[in-house]
Design a protein around this ligand. Sequence first.
Ligand SMILES: Nc1ncnc2c1ncn2[C@@H]1O[C@H](COP(=O)(O)OP(=O)(O)OP(=O)(O)O)[C@@H](O)[C@H]1O
Ligand SMILES: [Mg+2]
Length: 479
Amino acid sequence: MKISYMLSKDVARNMIVVHPPEPRKDLLLSRPAEGVYLGKTRFLGTPVFWDPSKLINPHVAIIGITGSGKSYTVKTFITRASLIWNSNAVILDWVGEYNNWVKQAGGRVINLSKEKLNILDLVGLPKHSRIKQIISAFDILADLKSFPQERDEIEDALENIYEKKRKPLLIDLVKYLERKNRKRAARLLKRFAAEGSDFFGGKSTLDIKKLTNSGLVCVDLHGLPTEEMRSLAGLTILQYIKEFMRAEGMTEDSDRRVRLFVVLDEAWKIAQDERSDVITILREGRKYNFSIIIATQNPTDMHKTIFSNIGTIFILRLILKEYRDYVRESIGYSDFVDGEISRFGVGNAAMNMIFSKRQTKVSTFLLDRIDGEDPLFIYKIRGGKMDVEIEREQFIRMLYELGLNESQLEIVRKEFEKKDGVLEGEKVVEILERFGYSKSSIISFLRQLGFEEKNLIRVFSLVKMRKATKGVVNVVMEE
Ligand SMILES: Nc1ncnc2c1ncn2[C@@H]1O[C@H](COP(=O)(O)OP(=O)(O)OP(=O)(O)O)[C@@H](O)[C@H]1O
Ligand SMILES: [Mg+2]
């Protein structure tokens, strides 16, 4: 009797050891119409909902190595939030990786290398306020604080050109400085107004207000020629969003449904700096129901103030100890959790949530897996002037009916994924030929996909040309 009692006590103790505590269920659970479902906790299997009315603020950070699932988490989050609250989202996309997804989800992609953004636009602000903002952007990007004299000169020049011109441009500012023989000051700014890169050199074609209330919008910055230009555009748009947020005023919404998500993926330059408006939006966003979602591979790029102002943090796989230590210092968790983070697979996550009712000691816990929804994936096959679009699963089914086996299907899928879902018709033909399909069966397959005759001819002649040049190259190599 005594022995069995002791045994069960031992077992009970071990149970506590093998399974680290998780937050109380009522904090995690929520009605599907009130919170974003994210997945289940690893040990108790409690469904986890993100409900901003229970959290100290609506901001989110996502940290993890490349391929760990950051963008996937962002997409899942935004998709579900827009279903529940009709929230808008603006994604500042540094590398152009949200493009296709946003288009497929019915959102708008704004290609900044094709639009114009006059960073001297007043956007309804008094001159002196806008001048302050512009100077603060250059403080961050051109390190103006280290050049106090030039900083004064630039401020002075800004005041002057606003007097002279109703809608001055950045290049006017640079020219003014040159005319006044303020060469060093001019040089500091010139790289943002370089020849051939006139993104900041015209009347703005971007309607910032529209950006913030048009559902899902991706601002694609990757076409801008330099990291500095991307950062200047990103910072400027954030400044506008901040002004817009303040002008809109606070909401009476007691449910705290998020009005706008501002997504920064790999925005290291503007997240690193305490002066950037990332911080202002973080600090004030709660009042206005504006939420920042910030994703990064390198947590040390994120200013400590950012960490301390974020209510929800996802830690995906992190290998470098230095990065894990940085995160751990900021939010704190056990050795066990630390070890798990270094071993995570894709989609596994540790989550840190700070609830507004301070009733729980546990704020970091393990999520079995971020249970996202794979978006409807459209493959595109390029052929001549016409692209054929087809839903991924349907395409795979058709290939299966054509007779491809599992490993061949996987090869096709990989090829498409490597190219972000877009493949040339010639490449598809080449792969099928490699699998042993005859020209006539490939042709009838392409017809079935919706290829027109003239495009079929084009695709096959390209295949021929490709083979021919390959031969030539081989011959040259052999010689
Ligand atoms: N929770 C998940 N469940 C299923 N698949 C996932 C999950 N998370 C990520 N994936 C898949 O893993 C791949 C990599 O994910 P993702 O692009 O989100 O990584 P990332 O962290 O943003 O990488 P990078 O830093 O290179 O941008 C994608 O193909 C994605 O669909
Ligand atoms: Mg990503």
